[in-house]
Structure formats: structure tokens, C-alpha cells
Design a protein around this ligand. Structure first.
Ligand SMILES: Cc1ncc(COP(=O)(O)O)c(C=O)c1O
Length: 402
């Protein structure tokens, strides 16, 4: 019986393998620093969301280990059951301060925050409007809510407008969007979305997973950059990317936070965030607010690397952020290039369907604030040599590296 079950699964895995879609884990044996040890080899890391290098920053590490010394490792149970440890409350105050809103509620992860917030707010009588390139956790939250889902073309305000007009009868209307699209690096047209939403009495939920720590004043995100902090009804963000920790938040009004504390199933029925993660994230926020030049370094590095890739002859998606999608097309080609880079000591990963639409496989490259110019030049030389060897760039393009 179990052998039949296993061979059934194995057949599916073989099918993924045939279509160059099978995924595997690689073991990292060191901290997330510019160079990591992968399966015994030193490699330059260009695949993480550790945009500011804070996952291994001494102050963030110290805050996390102090929290372990004082509070232990685990939170014990759901915060509503075993009590809510102080570092989580401190973190919620830090987040509300950064975002310029009344309150925040911390969740176990971004996936859980999106699932919990959407399913608490929307139900079968409601309508959700979702950008077609939204993150999987937003998509899954929409599906699980059992609300009517209207998917609008990527960043297409006219399409969103016509869909909103079609759902005038819904009890609640909720527009949901990433602020920075995770696989493309482009930005949601937030001001236009807010205008439209107001016209149609819809609430707006923005996932700033890749915005917080990266964009806006002190890394407060896209909404803050546009002065829309108070216009967005539900701010979501993760602690796991630029903030170098783990966990996530929903921020907005005090009423929203209280509502979710009572209604979000992924908050109520899941163990509270570990104290070390909360303390690490608080330290990261304080660090960014006191020394925002770290964000400038990230953007300078991303600009330098992007210009280098384009000079070599790679085609990038029209990104507006430090997420650099090197467009390849076919999954097999993207894997060959990623493997060529791994062989040359550069850690990048091919992003393939279903994470991105068919025919748009890419390498998602993320220089961080922690990389030096020498690191980036080393990686550009590897891109150039691997790209040439595989025939993915033309030999006629001038050399980019000095
Ligand atoms: C836009 C977006 N939202 C949510 C998540 C999920 O966050 P987490 O990794 O904390 O679960 C991610 C990334 O993983 C993301 O890119």
C-alpha cells in the first residue's frame, strides 16, 4: 500500500524532473553573509532576501541572543493561551512607529499573516481584487477566504476599475497587492489604487514584504514613500527579508489589530513568534532608523550590478528595486545558467513556473548592502563567462569588468 503511494509520488517527481521543474535543497553551513559555504564550497550569495545584510549583523545577533538568554527559545504556545512575551509587544511598537500607524500585530510568518488577515476580513459575501502577480501567500489567502476573487492584469488600473464596478453588490471589497513584486521588482501603482478604492468604497491591503527596509523614508515601505500610510487600510510586511529575522506583521488601526487578534485563525491557532526573532527584528528596525545609509548602500550596489549585467548583454525585467530579474525564458536554460554560476562560485537560483509564468524563467539576483565592489565584480565576471559559454549572451557585447 505505502509502496504504491510512494511510487505514485515518485512518478510525479519524475515528471517535474523531465520538465526541468524539480526543486532541491542545498545545505548552507555558515551564516548568511556575502560569502556562504554551500555543500562544503565557498560561494558568493546573490539569491537571498537579506537585502541589508542584517541576518548576520552583530547588533541583530546580539539582540537575538540576549533575548534567548532572558526568555528562552520558544514562545510556549499561542499568545492568547500562554501569554504574550514582552519582546513581541516591543516589536509591535517599533513596527507601528516605523509605519506611522496606530498599531501592529505580529504573526509567525508572512505566509501566515497574509492567510490570517485575508480570511479574517473577507468571506463568501465579499469580493477581493488581486493583482495577477501577487505572491502565493496572498493568492492562497484569497482562495481560502471563499470570497469572490477578481484577478486584474498586472498593475492595470483600468482593468481594476472595471472589475470594481462589477462587484458593487459585495458586502466588503478588498484590493490586495504586493508593493514590490517579488519576482519582478516592479512597484504597484499604489496612489492610483488608493484613489480607485476610495471611489468604490473598497479597503486596500498592501504586502510590503520586499518594500520594508528597502524603499521609502527609513525603509518604511512604498506606502510611506508616497505619503499613503494612513490611506492604506492593511499594511503587511515580513521580518524575514531586509530585517534579517523571521516572522511578519499586520499594521494599521488599533481596531484592525484587535479584530485580527480575535479573528485571524493563523494568529489564534499558531504558536507565538520566538523571542529571539522578535528582538532581532526590533534591533534591525532601530538600526535602519538610526543609520539609513545602509539602505543607500543597497541601492548603489544594485544599480552597479544592474548596469554591469546589462553591459554584458543580459536582459533584465523592468525592475524598480534591488531585485534584479535576469530574464532567460526556458526553465532548462535558466537552470544551465544557474549551474554555470554555481560552478564558478556564485550562488543564484533559477526561478521557474509555477512561481513565474511559463516561458519567463529567470535568475532572480539580489545584491545586498553587505557586498563589496570586488564581490560584485567577481560575480559579473562569472555571469559573463557562464553566459558566453552557454550562448545566452552574444560575444559581440563589450566586456563589463575592468
Ligand atoms: C510578497 C511576499 N509576501 C509574503 C511572503 C511570505 O513571507 P514569509 O517568508 O515570512 O512567510 C513573501 C516571501 O516569502 C513574499 O515575497
Amino acid at each position: 500500500m505505502s509502496r504504491v503511494f510512494d511510487s505514485d509520488l515518485a512518478t510525479e517527481l519524475e515528471d517535474l524532473e523531465r520538465r526541468a521543474l524539480r526543486r532541491r535543497l542545498r545545505t548552507i553551513e555558515t551564516a548568511h553573509e556575502p560569502y556562504v559555504k554551500v555543500d562544503g564550497r565557498e560561494m558568493l550569495m546573490l539569491a537571498s532576501n537579506n537585502y541589508l545584510g542584517l541576518a548576520s549583523h552583530p547588533e541583530v545577533r546580539r539582540a537575538a541572543s540576549d533575548a534567548i538568554a532572558r526568555y528562552g527559545v520558544g514562545a510556549g504556545a499561542s499568545r492568547l493561551i500562554a501569554g504574550s512575551i514582552e519582546p513581541l509587544h516591543e516589536l509591535e511598537r517599533e513596527i507601528a512607529g516605523l509605519k506611522g500607524v496606530e498599531a501592529a500585530l505580529v504573526f509567525g510568518s508572512g505566509y501566515l499573516a497574509n492567510l490570517g488577515a485575508i480570511t479574517a476580513i473577507a468571506g463568501p459575501d465579499d469580493a477581493i481584487f488581486s493583482d495577477e502577480l501577487n505572491h502565493a501567500s496572498l493568492i492562497d489567502g484569497c482562495r481560502l477566504s471563499r470570497a469572490r476573487i477578481f484577478i486584474y492584469r498586472h498593475r492595470d488600473i483600468d482593468h481594476l476599475s472595471s472589475l470594481l464596478a462589477d462587484a458593487a453588490q459585495a458586502r466588503r471589497r478588498l484590493v490586495v497587492t504586493d508593493s514590490v513584486f517579488s519576482m519582478d521588482g516592479d512597484l504597484a501603482p499604489l496612489a492610483e489604487i488608493v484613489d480607485l478604492a476610495r471611489k468604490h468604497r473598497a479597503a486596500v491591503m498592501v504586502d510590503e514584504a520586499h518594500g520594508v527596509g528597502v524603499i521609502g523614508p527609513n525603509g518604511a515601505g512604498l506606502a510611506a514613500m508616497l505619503g499613503l500610510e494612513r490611506e492604506i487600510d492593511i499594511h503587511i510586511g515580513t521580518l524575514s527579508k531586509a530585517l534579517g529575522s523571521y516572522g511578519a506583521y499586520v499594521a494599521g488601526s488599533r481596531t484592525l489589530a484587535d479584530f485580527l487578534l480575535n479573528r485571524a485563525r493563523s494568529f489564534i491557532y499558531s504558536t507565538g513568534l520566538a523571542p529571539a526573532m522578535a528582538a532581532g527584528a526590533s534591533a534591525a528596525i532601530r538600526l535602519i532608523r538610526s543609520a539609513p545609509e545602509i539602505i543607500e548602500r543597497l541601492w548603489e550596489n544594485a544599480g552597479y550590478f544592474r548596469a554591469g549585467l546589462e553591459r554584458i548583454g543580459f536582459k533584465l525585467a523592468p525592475t524598480a528595486t534591488p531585485i534584479l530579474p535576469v530574464m532567460i525564458g526556458e526553465s532548462a536554460d535558466a537552470i544551465r545558467l544557474a549551474n554555470g554560476l554555481l560552478e564558478r562560485g556564485v550562488y543564484v537560483i533559477a526561478i521557474r513556473p509555477p512561481t513565474v509564468p511559463a516561458g519567463t524563467a529567470r535568475l532572480r539576483v539580489t545584491p545586498t548592502a553587505a557586498h563589496s565592489r570586488a564581490d560584485l565584480d567577481f560575480a559579473l565576471a562569472a555571469f559573463e563567462s557562464a553566459g558566453r559559454e552557454l550562448g545566452l549572451i552574444s560575444a559581440a557585447v563589450s566586456r563589463c569588468t575592468p
